[in-house]
Design a protein around this ligand. Structure first.
Ligand SMILES: [Mg+2]
Length: 396
């Protein structure tokens, strides 16, 4: 059959993707491609005999925040970040590690981890199970560094298949939710200004609480808008009775969910709050990876999945599936990140209850175009991989 190898890979990939996701790709197109391939079931054809090998490269990149970011435990104006690229046979996949201080990872720890990663030993990027299990086995932690490799590999493989990941996973992009937009703890003047700035662009706000001015924050926002509010206490409340009292007050003021009310170590207290709360309570600091879910089951209504905590898209997908099977709610969040990691997380958004994917909007030096927010709603570009296009110069 006269078909160039790259076109063949793309076509075969699309067919397999169509088979995997059922109705997400029209049967007519899949059938036409199947016929074009000789009406036989085709496996991926990747040339493993040639010289092509995956090449990983990376570059530290400091994210500049638009506003000083304050949560219950610290303030900051930049976030350290490492940009990653995997190249294979003319395709390029992009990934990213973002390291907010509380994760305990640094540019040094991430670059030192990435130097250990030898993708050259794998002949086929589609061997994602083997590759990402190997990457995970290289150390105990380093979740952001692992996520960077995972995201770049997903981007690469999606591009080779010619399909975005929401489609490979069988998700309807029309079901992507509104994203929250975060308003940090600040003076009433600044909170008013930030609220005015985003009230016309977003349909749900997220407010950091957990200090001693929680009611003031909410009341200040309520001077400007009636939009629903998600609150994140970031473990800031220390007494369960006071926390529940506050949650009841918040529920009367249009708050729709609560994230990490008390310190993660206080599991019984968080469980008591969840049992008595009129609002769903999500674990964030209390949950990192898939293996953490059983221990917190029952103590929270749902989990906040973040790629930088859970090692990337592969595990995020499994966490969402597992949490759902246990009757838990799911939200997807992010760190301050470029549109690279945010667009990767957004691929999962059609199956979540809440999405907090504003990290790319909080920085002034993005390097990609990808997921956008249109009238408050997450809008996924119909581009392969994680759907991003590099902007700017000197990218790695
Ligand atoms: Mg949080």
């Amino acid at each position: 059959m006269a078909i160039k190898r790259r076109e063949f890979i793309k076509t075969a990939g699309s067919t397999i993707a169509g088979m995997a996701v059922g109705s997400a790709v029209s049967f007519g197109v899949a059938e036409a491609r199947k016929r074009a391939l000789g009406n036989t079931v085709q496996s991926y054809h990747v040339n493993t005999s040639g010289p092509a090998r995956m090449k990983l490269s990376f570059e530290p990149y400091e994210l500049q925040l638009r506003h000083t970011f304050t949560v219950a435990s610290y303030s900051r104006t930049t976030t350290p970040d490492v940009q990653v690229k995997i190249e294979y046979d003319g395709f390029t996949g992009y990934g990213e590690a973002s390291m907010p201080p509380y994760l305990g990872q640094t540019v040094e720890s991430v670059t030192s981890f990435l130097r250990k990663v030898d993708l050259g030993q794998f002949k086929d990027p589609f061997m994602m199970e083997d590759i990402l299990s190997y990457v995970d086995s290289l150390s105990e932690g380093d979740t952001a560094a692992k996520a960077a490799v995972d995201i770049a590999l997903h981007d690469l493989v999606g591009k080779m298949m010619g399909q975005p990941w929401f489609r490979i996973w069988g998700l309807d992009p029309a079901k992507a939710p509104d994203t929250t937009f975060t308003i940090g703890i600040d003076t009433p003047e600044v909170v008013r200004e930030k609220t005015r700035e985003c009230a016309g662009k977003f349909n749900i706000l997220k407010v950091k609480v957990g200090l001693d001015n929680d009611k003031e924050m909410i009341e200040t926002i309520r001077e400007i808008t009636d939009l629903p509010i998600a609150v994140d206490a970031n473990q800031g409340w220390k007494d369960k009775h006071k926390a529940l009292e506050m949650i009841n007050w918040l529920a009367e003021h249009g708050v729709v969910m609560v994230e990490q009310p008390m310190p993660k170590e206080m599991l019984d207290d968080n469980a008591w709050i969840t049992e008595n709360s009129p609002l769903p309570v999500f674990a964030d600091e209390a949950i990192q990876r898939l293996a953490d879910i059983p221990a917190i089951k029952g103590a929270y209504s749902g989990i906040n999945i973040k790629l930088m905590k859970c090692t990337g898209m592969r595990e995020a997908w499994r966490m969402a599936s597992y949490a759902r099977s246990e009757g838990m709610k799911v939200m997807v969040g992010c760190m301050t990140e470029t549109s690279c990691a945010v667009s990767a997380a957004a691929q999962l958004s059609p199956i979540v209850d809440f999405a907090d994917l504003d990290g790319n909007l909080l920085i002034s030096n993005d390097r990609f175009e990808g997921m956008t927010v249109v009238k408050g709603k997450i809008t996924l570009p119909d581009r392969p991989g994680i759907g991003i296009t590099p902007i700017g110069h000197n990218l790695i």
